[in-house]
Design a protein around this ligand. Structure first.
Ligand SMILES: Cc1cc2nc3c(=O)[nH]c(=O)nc-3n(C[C@H](O)[C@H](O)[C@H](O)COP(=O)(O)O)c2cc1C
Length: 131
């Protein structure tokens, strides 16, 4: 499954309600294009996983890249990956909720992995009470 992961930073002034709105639209649109994934964030930091058909994922990424609600968009991974990581979510949202998880998230954001990008991110999703 084609898998793209990027990081970015929300622009100043973005609120939790704005992120909820982005998330709601993402869920609806991703379902239409059979994209699944996860949006990890703690304002202002964002890491998003997108999985689906390569053409759909690339089109979406180009769209997201131009979105003026965030900046410093930087690609972390873009390749085939054998597993669909979030089969039940067109876009899962994981808000980093405690200090320990925050530190782990920032390590990933800065490219300091304990094992590798995907396993470290998936481990953070297990921490989340909404799992
Ligand atoms: C951090 C971030 C993540 C986003 N993730 C998605 C997403 O997963 N799916 C999606 O359709 N739009 C996502 N968007 C919103 C798109 O950039 C875009 O506004 C939306 O797809 C509507 O596009 P349209 O106006 O061309 O229909 C995201 C925006 C931001 C800032």
């Amino acid at each position: 499954m084609y898998t793209l992961i990027y990081k970015s930073q929300f622009c100043s002034g973005i609120s939790l309600i704005d992120v909820d709105n982005i998330h709601m639209i993402s869920q609806a649109k991703n379902r239409e294009y059979q994209i699944t994934g996860c949006l990890y964030f703690t304002i202002p930091y964002v890491i998003q996983i997108l999985q689906g058909k390569q053409e759909c994922v690339m089109r979406l990424y180009n769209n997201i890249n131009k979105d003026r609600r965030h900046h410093s968009v930087s690609l972390l991974m873009s390749e085939d990956y054998p597993t669909q990581l979030f089969p039940r979510w067109s876009m899962r949202k994981v808000r980093i909720h405690n200090e320990e998880t925050y530190l782990r998230f920032i390590h990933i954001f800065e490219g300091r992995f304990t094992s590798n990008l995907i396993s470290d991110l998936v481990a953070i999703s297990f921490d989340n009470p909404n799992w």
